[in-house]
Structure formats: structure tokens, C-alpha cells
Design a protein around this ligand. Sequence first.
Ligand code: HEC
Ligand code: HEC
Ligand code: HEC
Length: 490
Amino acid sequence: MVMLTPFYTMKKSSSAWKYVLILAATGAVAAVGGKVSQCVVDSMHASTQIPPMEPAKADAVARQILEMKCADCHAQDASYSKFWNFFSFGLLSDHVDGAKRAFTLTPDYSVRSGNVDYLKMDYVLRTRRMPLASYSAVHLGSRLTPTDVAILRQKYKEQGAEARAFAPIAAPAAPQTDLEKARIYLGYKLYHDGRLSTNNLVSCSSCHELTKGGTDNLSKSKGVPGPDGYPQLGGVNAPTTFNAAGNIRQFWDGRAADLKEQAGGPPLNPVEMGYACEADWDIIAHKLSNDPELVALFAYVFGERGINADTITTAIAAYEQTLVTPDSAFDAYLKGDEKALTDTQKAGMKSFVELGCATCHSGPTLGGISFEYINTHGDLRALATPAGYNEGAFGLRDFTKKEEHKDMFRVPNLRNVALTAPYFHTGTVNSLQEAVSIMIKTQNGAGAADDTTVKNITRFLEAQTGKLYGKPANALTPEDVQLQPVIPQQ
Ligand code: HEC
Ligand code: HEC
Ligand code: HEC
């Protein structure tokens, strides 16, 4: 069957020649699949020399490659012919809709450095897994050549983009002044203070215990009791407060911009700490104002600003900024100690990169900096939850109310991940190895992985356990996490 018609349509599409295409029998298309062999991955580490070009010329050539080989599916206004989609058994809509969920080219074809987009691009260039094999099979000449790859990489390098997926966590800056010390200590007191809740028993620490990796290790957290007298359960799993300062936004659906805004949420959450409206902060402030130590601290740190939602959340956020866990085995390795990781962990790290995990789980906290669909290659809910699971969380859509944001979740950070079970926003997977296996099935475009790979990656993630106050986060005692009282100077 030969077709000489544009299948994909794009408003700014150019050269007509690329639409002169041969569609192989659909069976053949399906057979090509999207798998990437290991040797392809390895061969990509060898760099191809490209003849020197004027920067302007190099940029024009790079744009041309993206326009010709990628834009059909990834341009912001990419779409497809409904007519041909029907005859391709939905292949075109799978391509374009799927592409939009994974990655969108900016109008000027730039890729921002330090951004997950750049890491994704770097990954597909390294593995040459794009364009999809089912597309290259029928779009002659659309496969990326080694020269294309070299030109594109050059472009991003000139834009200052470095493939620095991994970086050690920096220790939090030690407080310099008495005022800073007092602010952190006040935040510490409030974080552990049950008076932020209606029954005076539920504190931030109830659900984010420092001795439990900053979580409660429960599938669903227990808040204040409901009408039946039993603790009410939250709708999603509690993420760790460790290193949360590195998150682009807070909560699985991103509804809080930062730690201060986040800290205002739980007290007024009827299920968590039980209060219901802004005016209830007055009740909380009143309870706290009966405590002379707190009154003195608030007066010292905030002066005229008093005790209210603003000062309470500012202090808690200042404390959380210090809940950073540097000095994991992985950090030591990144800083040059080759022996800090075992051979198994090193093999796991290699697979973590080769399977594309390091695109979303990147940067010093291995994640936390983007919102991603949980069902690009497989359905996370189907794999991670029991039949009949009552799902009430749909990610970013719950916050933005935009349908296209359904099932996009803020990527969790993977530091200390061995301590933060159960996993996923559903809190339904107890074993880290199982979580890794599910991620490979749902997020990785390069194909399935064998048991050894899953185990190696799990061992690698176990090397993410860092230190708080100089003690390993998996061995913290209640004494270790106590702060020395700061007595305000009058
Ligand atoms: C036929 C449509 C199509 C074309 C052409 C295409 N892609 Fe994709 N792309 C997809 C789909 C579908 C996905 C998501 C599913 C997947 O990753 O297999 C995707 C995913 C991606 C991702 C996200 C990372 C990842 O591995 O999932 C990047 C980056 C990307 N493509 C870049 C490119 C680049 C660069 C080109 C051109 C060289 C290109 N794509 C050409 C359809 C396409
Ligand atoms: C009853 C249990 C509970 C209490 C009490 C609680 N939290 Fe949480 N916390 C959660 C749950 C559950 C989530 C996830 C909610 C969501 O994403 O919708 C969460 C999310 C967070 C996050 C976002 C982390 C991320 O990765 O997005 C931070 C930070 C946080 N809580 C800090 C606090 C602070 C500070 C307090 C006290 C003011 C507090 N929590 C009280 C259960 C609790
Ligand atoms: C396209 C982005 C993306 C890629 C690629 C990706 N992840 Fe994830 N990862 C996520 C998101 C989003 C979640 C949260 C999913 C949820 O809870 O619904 C997550 C959750 C996890 C968790 C659970 C963490 C927790 O605290 O609950 C682990 C472990 C994990 N990923 C490991 C991996 C591994 C290993 C790979 C490589 C095979 C990988 N991820 C690839 C986006 C990604």
C-alpha cells in the first residue's frame, strides 16, 4: 500500500518533500517496535566529529534536523490527519498524543539547560531512540545520523547545557546569627507541636517523622479523629520532608508554591490537623500564646509581626530548609570516592542512566523538579494498586483543573528512598524493588529489564541514604533529631 499524502499536519510545516512517504504494511510497522539494544546505547558514547561551522549556521542546521525529524510529533501545534489516522489503526494519534505527553519542542527549538527537557533530549540523542522506529520505517531518511546527533549536542552545549544529571547534595548553610538560630529552633518546636491540630495531638512530625526518613511509613497518613473516633486517613501517601526544599513545587499535585505556603495547608485540612478555615489560625495562635517559651521566641524572631499564620509558617519553612541530607554513599562517589559504591550499585547506576530514569530523577535530589505523566508506557495505577482501588488523586489536574494535566504528578525525589516506603502517591507498593520494576514498565521507553537490572537499580537507590546532623538517616534516634534550645536575648 503506497500513500503520497501528508499524514501529520503542522501549521508551520515546511518542505513538502518530507511528506512524500511510503507507509509499509501496518504489521511491519508494529514489528519494528521501539526497543533499543544495548550496543546502540554503548556506541552512542563514542562521539562523532563534525566539521567546524559558524555558530549561526550550526544553529540553522540543528533547527532543520528537529523540524524535519521531530516536529511532526513534538511541535507545539503538531496534529494528525483524522482520515489517515483511521487507516493507520490509530497509529498517528498514538504518535502525536503520546509525544505531547512526553516532550514538547519550544517554538524556537531551544532546550533549557538544567531542565528535565534537556535531560530527556540528551537521553534520546544518546540512545537514538527517536524518532520512533515505527515512524522511521515509513519516513525515509528520518533516522538521526551520528552527524545529526553531534550537531544537536553541539547546539545544546553552546547553549550551556551540560548533561549533569547527577550532583551531590550541598549541606544546608549553618545558621550564622542568633536570630537565624532562633528562627530554626522556633520552626523545630512548631513542627513537633500538636497544638497546630484540633485534638492537640497531631503535629507535622506525626506524619513526617525524622526518625522514619521524614515520613510515617504508612500507606495513608492518620490525621485527627473523625466522627467515629478513629483517625481520618489522607487521600495520598505522605512524601518526605527531607530535601523537600529542592522541590519545584510542593505536594503531588503541586498546589503549594513553596515550603511556607505548604506549611499553611495541614492545619486547615479537616482530615489532617482538623481546622477548617483561615479564621481558625486565631485559635491556634491563642493556644500557642499560652506557652511562655514560644511567646518569647516569636517576639525575638518576629517582633511586631506577632503569632499568626504568616509567622508560624515562616518559622516551619526555615526549619524544613535545614532538613537536608548530604553525604550519602552516592554523594561520596560523586565527589570522587570510587569505592563508596559497590560494583552492584555502580551497575545499577549505569542502568539507571541507560533506562532513562535519570531524566526525571535528576539533579541533586534525583527528582522533584518536574511534573510527569504516570502512564506514558504503561498504566502505573493498574500495576501499583489492588483491583477496586479507590483513586481520588489525579495529579496536577486537581490543582490547575486543566484536563490535559490529568495524571501528571510531581516527580518525587529519590534521596533516602529506601527509608520512605510505601511507594507512589497511592502508597500501595511496599517494596522498593517492586517500585523500581513498576517504574521500568511505566516510565521507561527503552523496553523491559531483567531481574538483575531491577535488583542492581534497587541497590543503587539504597546508596541514596544520606545524613542528618552528621548521622545516617536510617539510624537516627529521637535524641539525634532534638535541637538545643535557643534562649532569646531580651
Ligand atoms: C512519530 C512521532 C514521533 C517523532 C517523529 C519523534 N518522536 Fe519523540 N516521542 C514520540 C512519542 C510517542 C514519545 C513518548 C513515548 C515514547 O517515549 O516512546 C516520544 C518521546 C520523546 C522524548 C521524551 C523522552 C523519552 O525517551 O520518552 C523526547 C526527548 C523526544 N521524544 C525527542 C524526539 C526527538 C529529538 C525527535 C526527532 C529526532 C523525536 N522525538 C521524534 C513520538 C515521536
Ligand atoms: C495527617 C498527616 C499529615 C500531617 C499532620 C502533616 N502532613 Fe505533610 N503531608 C501529608 C500528606 C498526605 C502529604 C501529601 C499530600 C498531597 O500531596 O496532596 C503531605 C505533604 C507534605 C509536604 C510536601 C512534600 C512534597 O514532596 O511535595 C511537605 C513539605 C509537608 N507535608 C510538610 C508538613 C508540615 C510542615 C506539616 C505541619 C504543619 C505537615 N506536613 C503536616 C501528611 C501530613
Ligand atoms: C517520565 C518521568 C519519569 C521517569 C523516566 C522515571 N520516573 Fe520514577 N517517578 C516518576 C513519577 C511521576 C513518580 C511518582 C508516581 C506516582 O506516585 O504516581 C515516580 C516515582 C518513582 C519511585 C517511587 C518514589 C516514592 O517515593 O514513592 C521510584 C522508586 C522511582 N520513581 C524510580 C524510578 C526508576 C528506577 C526509573 C527508571 C526505570 C524511573 N523512576 C523513571 C517519574 C519518572
